[in-house]
Design a protein around this ligand. Structure first.
Ligand code: PRP
Length: 180
């Protein structure tokens, strides 16, 4: 694909690390049921692959919190566009995210979900981009620390496209710069 500058994380690299994360999660939770909360839309691919390899009992539910819209920079505006269907009161909740960038989305989500009285609340993110962090976030499971580049694929979109690509790539700058 022309938009690919270079592949940052291959499918094999992603899948191998996701298996390790699932093993760590399974060890930590044991026989406790984990309420996986997938943050749409980016977290969907990661949720599917992670959940396949978790040996603890799991449920999942979905939430959509929008901070970016179609822009490539964080607006700092966070709003719930789809809420959970199930109560999380008394449950062991694990938030499943594709990426933490500024931290604004998770900062809001942590406060919001904590107020619903879960038994525990942890975060599992596939990618962590610390360069742009505006709020400190206590992350429990991290797949990869990534550089401050425009990343696309495996859940991450460019204009809603390429989320289905099984690897993470750096996009050519002229694709997104002409939109700013
Ligand atoms: C992305 C990503 C995180 C958030 C991280 O979601 O999935 O939820 O941004 O950024 P932050 O740490 O700067 O808040 P986005 O709002 O782009 O929605 P999407 O998952 O539907 O693409």
């Amino acid at each position: 694909m022309d938009i690919v500058e270079h592949i940052l994380l291959s499918e094999e690299t992603l899948q191998s690390r996701i298996r390790e994360l699932a093993a760590a999660v399974s060890r930590d939770y044991g026989d406790e049921t984990i309420a996986l909360i997938c943050i749409l839309k980016g977290g969907l691919m990661f949720l599917c692959d992670l959940a396949k390899h978790i040996t603890s009992p799991v449920t999942y539910d979905f939430m959509s919190v929008s901070s970016y819209g179609d822009a490539t920079q964080s607006s700092g505006v966070v709003r719930i566009t789809k809420d959970l269907e199930e109560s999380i009161e008394g449950k062991h909740v694990l938030i499943v995210e594709d990426i933490i960038d500024t931290g604004l989305t998770l900062s809001y989500l942590l406060k919001n979900l904590e107020s619903r009285n879960p038994a525990s609340l942890k975060i599992c993110t596939l990618l962590d981009k610390p360069a742009n962090r505006q709020v400190e976030i206590p992350v429990d499971y991290v797949g990869f620390e990534v550089p401050n580049e425009f990343l696309v694929g495996y859940g991450l979109d460019f204009k809603q496209l390429y989320r289905n690509i099984p690897y993470v790539f750096v996009a050519k700058s002229h694709y997104y710069q002409k939109d700013n």
